[in-house]
Design a protein around this ligand. Sequence first.
Ligand SMILES: NC(=O)c1ccc[n+]([C@@H]2O[C@H](COP(=O)([O-])OP(=O)(O)OC[C@H]3O[C@@H](n4cnc5c(N)ncnc54)[C@H](O)[C@@H]3O)[C@@H](O)[C@H]2O)c1
Length: 366
Amino acid sequence: MGEHREQPSRGERRTNGLPPVAPDADQTVLVAGGAGYIGCVLVPRLLERGYRVRVLDRLYFGEEPLAGFRDRVELVVADVREIPATALDGVDGVINLSGLSNDPTAEFDPQANWQMNAIATETLGRMCVERGVQRYVFASSCSLYDGLPPGMHDETAAIQPRAAYATSKRYGEEKLLGLADDGLCPVLLRNGTVYGHSPRMRFDLVVNTFVKDALLNGRLMLHGGGWMWRPLVDVRDVADAMIAAYEAPADKVGGEIFNVLHSNYQIRELAMLVAGSVQVATGRHVELVDVPAPTLTRDYECSSAKLSATLGFIPSCSVLEAVADLLERISGVDGARLTDPRCYNIRWLELLSELRPGLERFATVL
Ligand SMILES: NC(=O)c1ccc[n+]([C@@H]2O[C@H](COP(=O)([O-])OP(=O)(O)OC[C@H]3O[C@@H](n4cnc5c(N)ncnc54)[C@H](O)[C@@H]3O)[C@@H](O)[C@H]2O)c1
């Protein structure tokens, strides 16, 4: 893996503005999709603040990522398309991270995507209304801004989502906003593309992919030159933004949409940043390779001014810091672990559906 060089100290992490103590932690929070990439960073943070946490998850990616907090949470292994009535018993608020979480998986099975990301989001909202559960933080996406004219967009932009993933997220947003009249307090967070380490690692997110490719292959592919813009944010900041949205007074955040991002970057800039970081950390030269653009490219920029103005929350962990952290954690890790299909959502879904008929045939042996 090359010679390891001494890194200068990065100093103390800047604060993102999340108050150090929860205003009222004597609550049970239902985290749907809590066993995923963001969930596995969010749940321990909720526990640290003193909340009781119930995770509802289908465990697509297994139970192993929960190991660090499994004995401190209640786990309901269930599908959001069929939420058990008891899942909301004793619950004070909901954070919904469940469903298919990128374009390729949504396109892979648009019907399942619609049921999970659109319908189940709404159904969970209705269940909350019936039970008098008010706070509902929903993980939406900045990809809703894709397709708008170039330039900076805020939450008031006249979005026109077209792809299966973005359309389903928008439906979820609209239905939750509609339920505000029935007493729900929905807070919709449009997250940028996330980076950084999680116990349930995803290497199909651009920064994480670049770090892994730089380490394993010494080459980064720039599709169409990599000039596309993308809002990005660290997974720890996303988790804290969810907590800030959960804890903020209803009159500040109820029925509101917030973009959550650290900065907008061009993909080419990210590649240069990762290549430079890997070269400094390991001495390995990393090549940038121009390849043709795929038919579907995403290109959009947006602003997080509303989040900072309303909640005083400013994502604080830069790509540079997250890359350094990731390098420390995965340099020297066996390549097979970094290419495990479970770290790539679409690869894992394809593999599961490929295996299914075989598993049925060999059921008696297994
Ligand atoms: N990671 C990002 O860059 C990003 C950016 C914007 C928005 N988001 C949104 O944030 C949320 C979490 O993203 P993530 O990166 O943690 O994704 P992830 O795929 O790692 O996690 C999703 C979790 O939901 C669970 N799940 C999926 N379908 C389910 C179902 N039908 N029933 C029960 N559980 C189900 C999975 O098992 C998994 O644990 C998603 O809604 C995603 O759309 C993510």
